[in-house]
Design a protein around this ligand. Structure first.
Ligand code: A4P
Ligand code: MG
Length: 179
């Protein structure tokens, strides 16, 4: 009662998401990881997505078995898509950039991860938000801090700026120990 048809058909509200972008494999001789990340940032601004903020593109050493350096960045986007629908959309973009799924953490032309969602935590067999690597990865935290320093990670309750500072401190200590 009290629900008009118009209300029931109203579009879902726009939601903010933070997206992590990574590449460590060229698509061609002229399209290397940095150019791929730039092209991916442009794709994130096409319907049904809209970019609200673009992070810097950084170069990072590979975490895992890959030997090539990565280009990494982050973006805050707004969309009406649900987390599951957004994951489908991002995987279609990865495929468009020639990504083939082989071994986990293998070299990839494009990796798009959902880092955060303003709707809070999500846990399903194919989707975990916040992204499990968020709090431990400088290549995620550094670009994200530039555009979303105040966003709170629901897993730790800490803001991105705080996580980034803590991560940088831990890395310096590691280096100190290693000599
Ligand atoms: N999945 C679950 N949660 C999410 C989420 N929040 N966002 C599932 C996106 N996908 C999510 O991912 C495997 C499955 O994770 C997906 O099918 C989806 O259902 P994938 O992209 O196919 O495989 P992957 O990326 O090889 O594995 P994974 O575990 O996602 O790896 P990460 O955590 O993405 O790490 N080093 C540097 N310097 N920079 C990097 O960007 N990236 C990785 C990959 C390793 N080392 C790196 C970097
Ligand atoms: Mg991934």
């Amino acid at each position: 009662m009290g629900h008009s048809g118009k209300q029931r058909l109203r579009k879902p509200k726009k939601q903010l998401y933070a997206i992590g972008i990574g590449s460590n494999q060229p698509l061609s001789r002229r399209l290397g990881p940095r150019a791929i990340v730039m092209a991916a940032l442009l794709e994130l601004d096409r319907k049904p997505l809209k970019v609200r903020a673009l992070g810097p593109i950084i170069r990072s050493r590979p975490l895992g078995p890959s030997t090539r350096d990565y280009a990494n960045s982050a973006a805050v986007i707004a969309t009406r898509l649900s987390p599951a629908a957004l994951l489908d959309h991002l995987q279609a973009l990865e495929a468009q950039f020639g990504r083939r799924r082989r071994r986990r953490w293998g070299a990839r032309t494009l990796d798009l991860d959902i880092l955060l969602w303003e709707g809070g935590p999500v846990r399903s067999p194919r989707l975990a938000i916040p992204h499990p690597g968020l709090a431990a990865r400088a290549f995620v935290l550094e670009p994200l801090r530039a555009i979303a320093p105040g966003w709170r990670d629901p897993a730790s309750g800490l803001r991105i700026a705080h996580l980034a500072a803590r991560n940088a401190r831990a890395r310096r200590t590691e280096h100190g120990k290693a000599g």
